[in-house]
Design a protein around this ligand. Sequence first.
Ligand code: HEC
Length: 177
Amino acid sequence: MFTLKLRTFLIFVTLALFSNAAFGQAPKLGKPITAADLSEWDINILPDGTGLPPGSGTPADGARVYAAKCAVCHGPEAKGGANARLVGGEPIKSMDSEKTIANFWPFSTTLFDYIRRAMPFRQPRSLTNEEVYALTAYILSLNKLIGENDTMNAQTLPKVRMPNRDGFLIRFPDKTP
Ligand code: HEC
């Protein structure tokens, strides 16, 4: 008579053999993903700017895109409307304080990443990299974190220091500007 342990062992062995056989005759669904296909999804920007694409934009360019594609929700000059304001914000004093780009976000590069992947809310991933750089420049400029004529690109954006830069514990110091 089999002990329970032995029986369990035999079940595993049978399953292992069976699955091996099954893999041997796999239906060969799918195909290897190409680097070009993968790049569509590989859009993470690290705090130090790793992953930022070519292109550039100025606050003036951004103001035009903002008026057309963002103001309806975030209000004129990003002061807030149906959705969050993107400019200003009192210093954070408690858990209940409003968290904004200027008083909370530690890295300027996150703004690019966020806008590119998530905005406009109803058409995410519809903006060109140039538009995203321009919108990033516009919002940083409204927050007086860069000058009105500063151009944002893969070199300049990571250098913009956010006011709450030291308000976080840094998990990946080697990827942090
Ligand atoms: C249909 C409405 C809508 C439009 C249009 C829209 N957004 Fe948003 N946006 C939202 C919502 C909803 C959120 C997340 C919730 C919130 O913060 O109100 C958000 C959040 C954001 C945030 C994060 C704010 C924060 O402090 O967490 C940024 C930055 C942003 N949007 C930028 C943009 C930009 C730039 C555009 C134009 C390309 C845009 N949004 C267009 C609805 C919209």
